[in-house]
Write a protein that binds this ligand. Structure first.
Ligand code: N01
Length: 490
């Protein structure tokens, strides 16, 4: 078995393989360390907006029960601990990027090619590379001319001291909202370039009070609280993404929160979204709005026209000085698996199949690509819940697929075209009932407008759909007898 990626998905998959008695597997990781996005994002105040009791594996709760919302260091340490306790270290191949994956039809196996040109054979492959790991750096005219430091939030340059300097931030998503308070506290001037305002809601306190801490010590309390959070997401947050009345209370709360923290009507107008709440990822942050009212912080909404040697020009003719430019411009989330080239049966190329937007059966299998699975694949990001939990559901299903393949004695199994089409019909209908089609571009969508990333229903619905056994939707694929050539690899 080959697993590609050592973030939450790859680590969870490794644990499940070991528990299923599979010991011959490797987890390939491009970087020199595990952790995925929680390794990459080291910007100041990087936190999670999903509570720790849910943003974790069901089999491994956090040890520190005081923390409600974990920060980046806690999550990275948590993942390291899971790897240690579950004895996954011998399976990790760090610093090993997989660049190419080809299904060998005469063997029913996959050949993976590493960046250094080493070939690896695997009975099955699980791509667990995530959705939010490839920085999106917009091609602003004049980018090469800018002489100051410039970096993306997920590639934070810790050698840059921002104290007393003029800092420009492009983008106003969750990452920008988190970095702004610390920038405002150190920099001379912070200019925030907003293209579209995001909906913002307050975030509950990071630490639990004494009563809750005591309650969480009771036997079974952690598990109960996790379940309550799971159900709460389904009951309270998932309805926000649906069109109609169910989003109104959240929109009302967000407008009220905006009015309370932004007294200036002109600034408030700039910060008021013109699309339904939930159309883009809602920002949960208590410091973002207050930071925008500080005297050294300026919100600029005129479009950026070009970068110059010393700053940015905007469409209203203004020039904005910057010593440091921070791209808080998100990720190329709709380019699933890129830059890995994946060749399936009959020479099918996955990136060509996904040219107008990625899709996969339950987000984890694609017809024409036997014995290949995805974690955090298309339409599996749950904006109303916890993604480690979504991944655990997918991992359970993949383990079932591997077992079923062994049970029927097949070399390879592949999802049926018909099952995929039924899935897609359901998916289109479910997406049509959400606010996403009418909202503007975001990382939830492919440039074609197809909604490719978020899951359009509750977490429970996802779990229910994955309870149908693979035998209902997959079929065996025999290895093709090929007398012309015998494939060999090291
Ligand atoms: O990225 P984003 P992010 N010119 O895509 C703007 C998770 N996360 O890194 O909205 C000008 O949300 C873009 O503008 P617009 C979370 O799931 C979680 O902030 O496209 N602006 C937008 O404002 C989150 O959703 C946490 O008009 C440009 C911004 O850049 C996801 O990661 C913390 C532009 C990108 O926002 C991504 O968040 C951080 C251009 N050419 C992240 N291109 C927590 O859990 C893009 N933009 C707390």
């Amino acid at each position: 078995m080959a697993v590609v990626g050592a973030g939450f998905g790859g680590i969870g998959m490794g644990v499940a393989l070991r528990r299923a008695g599979v010991e011959r597997f490797a987890i390939f990781e491009e970087a020199d360390d595990l952790g995925g996005v929680w390794r990459d994002n080291t910007y100041p105040n990087c936190n999670c907006d999903v509570p720790a009791h849910l943003y974790s594996f069901s089999f491994a709760p956090y040890r520190n029960r005081r923390i409600r919302y974990p920060g980046q260091p806690e999550i990275l340490n948590y993942l390291r601990r899971v790897v240690l306790e579950q004895r996954l270290a011998p399976h990790l191949r760090l610093g090993t990027a997989i660049r190419d994956a080809t299904y060998l039809e005469n063997q029913g196996r996959w050949e993976l090619m590493t960046q250094s040109g080493q070939a690896v054979l695997a009975d099955a492959v699980v791509f667990a590379v995530g959705q939010l790991h490839r920085p999106n750096i917009p091609d602003v005219p004049g980018r090469a001319e800018f002489t100051g430091a410039a970096f993306h939030t997920a590639r934070w340059d810790h050698t840059q001291h921002l104290s007393g300097r003029d800092v420009a931030v492009i983008g106003t998503g969750s990452s920008a909202a988190e970095i702004l308070p610390s920038l405002a506290a150190t920099a001379h001037h912070v200019r925030v370039f907003q293209r579209t305002p995001h909906w913002v809601l307050p975030k509950p306190a990071t630490e639990f009070g004494p009563t809750m801490r005591t309650a969480l010590r009771l036997p079974g309390a952690q598990r109960l609280y996790r379940h309550a959070l799971y159900c709460g997401g389904d009951l309270v947050l998932a309805p926000i993404m649906r069109r109609g009345w169910s989003a109104r209370p959240a929109e009302w709360a967000a407008r009220r929160y905006l009015r309370r923290h932004i007294p200036d009507p002109a600034l408030r107008a700039k910060l008021t979204p013109d699309y339904p709440i939930g159309g883009k990822r809602i920002i949960l942050n208590n410091d973002y709005y207050p930071t925008l009212t500080q005297p050294n912080v300026e919100l600029i909404t005129a479009p950026i026209t070009r970068l110059t040697r010393e700053g940015l020009d905007t469409a209203d003719g203004a020039h904005h000085h910057a010593d440091v430019l921070i791209f808080a411009t998100g990720f190329r989330a709709s380019e699933f698996l890129a830059p890995i080239i994946v060749r399936g049966r009959d020479g099918q190329m996955l990136h060509e199949r996904w040219r107008s937007g990625a899709s996969a059966f339950h987000g984890l299998a694609v017809p024409g690509f036997p014995n290949a699975y995805l974690l955090a694949g298309p339409n599996t990001f749950n904006p109303a819940g916890s993604n480690p939990t979504m991944k655990e559901h997918q991992i359970d299903y993949i383990i079932q697929c591997l077992r079923w393949r062994d049970e029927i004695g097949a070399t390879a199994i592949e999802v049926d075209n018909e099952a995929m089409q039924t899935h897609q019909r359901w998916m289109h209908k479910a997406i049509a009932e959400t606010v996403w089609p009418e909202a503007g571009p975001s990382w939830y969508k492919h440039p074609s407008g197809a909604v490719t990333n978020p899951w359009p229903a509750t977490g429970r619905r996802f779990d229910q759909r994955l309870r149908h056994p693979p035998a209902e939707s997959f079929h065996a694929v025999p290895a093709r007898v090929d007398t012309q050539s015998e494939h060999t690899c090291s």
